[in-house]
Design a protein around this ligand. Sequence first.
Ligand SMILES: NC(=O)c1ccc[n+]([C@@H]2O[C@H](COP(=O)([O-])OP(=O)(O)OC[C@H]3O[C@@H](n4cnc5c(N)ncnc54)[C@H](OP(=O)(O)O)[C@@H]3O)[C@@H](O)[C@H]2O)c1
Length: 363
Amino acid sequence: MAANTPIVRWGIVATGKISGWFVEDLMLSDWPGKSANHIIECIGSSSLDKCERFAQEYVTQKPKPTLYGSYQEVYGDKEVDCVYIGTPHSFHKQNCLDAIKARKNVLCEKPFTMNSAEAEEVFAAAKAKGVFVMEAVWTRFFPAVKTLQKMLHEEQKIGRIIRMYCDFGLDIDIANLPESSRYKDPALGAGSLLDIGIYSLTWGLLTLAGNVGDKAEDPEVASTQTLSDGVDTSSSVVLKYPSTGRQGICTSTTDFNSGGDSFARIEGSKGYIVVHGTTAASPQRFDFYPKDSDAKVEHFKFEKPGRGFFWEADAVAHDLKAGRLENETMPWAETLRMMMIMDGVRKRSGARFPVDDCRFLEK
Ligand SMILES: NC(=O)c1ccc[n+]([C@@H]2O[C@H](COP(=O)([O-])OP(=O)(O)OC[C@H]3O[C@@H](n4cnc5c(N)ncnc54)[C@H](OP(=O)(O)O)[C@@H]3O)[C@@H](O)[C@H]2O)c1
């Protein structure tokens, strides 16, 4: 790698499942297109014991990171360039605000916050302090997704884009989980929409809009949700782009494992594309079926060691090196668009979180 390759020294906040996946990926020595180096500088957890077990399981680098029994010590660590936040949704706002207050750059797991009002608060704080913040929508950084977007929107591979659908379904035995589970407790943001429906919606936005953030059109939205104890177990969202008439159906459920092989289909005037992967979060390949049935089906495959979190981490490294506050693939306005769409879906069905205040209802 070139001598001026950026390096990020990460401070990891929380030692749950997703933090483990993120750290494990950054411990790999190489990945396709690797363009930055990553060091786990420190890890913070609610308990030092937990932190030690986490480091033992996931961190292979030398020297070992500093381990803390609190998140605050991560924000205060002068060696940290960027804080990675892997707590449940409901803590994202406060974790981001605490990190920003300490003038730390932030990569925060999806969903960025519980609602759009919280997201606005975090971005205002980041702007005031002049620090970088990004929602960790890792899928958008996969080479498979970048290639697909170029094909759809620049090369017009499927011609005029007409429709898409995307589904993400998991079979989670919610009834038998403890009341404190983030899948069950509305105070922790429980429900399929914010957990996995956000990926189906991400596919809707990235295949139909052709742009992101302020440069993209807002879709019209219709939706319905099935609620159990106030928590959505299934969500179906229809998007329609007023200027082009493009439509998308984006679904999620925690009641059925839609697993299988393909999760999305994008249809156009010259053919259609089917996207494959174990889930909508992690695309592995896609196939193009030309309208002319005599033409050959084209297969597009992508190498992916590990899970694929390193690509978003590389993007952050380049943003920090360039002194940017936002990432161009996942800018603040795109996070706000997603949060507003999900606010609207929950408002229509009556799914409320305790943090939804008058700002949520008024918007
Ligand atoms: N990008 C992806 O593909 C992906 C996949 C899964 C999850 N996520 C997102 O990542 C976030 C965390 O999900 P996860 O599956 O990693 O959750 P998890 O396994 O339950 O871990 C969350 C961690 O947050 C900390 N925490 C602080 N207060 C907590 C509380 N009251 N209840 C539970 N945990 C608490 C704990 O770490 P300490 O005890 O160490 O402080 C816990 O281990 C969610 O927002 C989720 O949407 C993203």
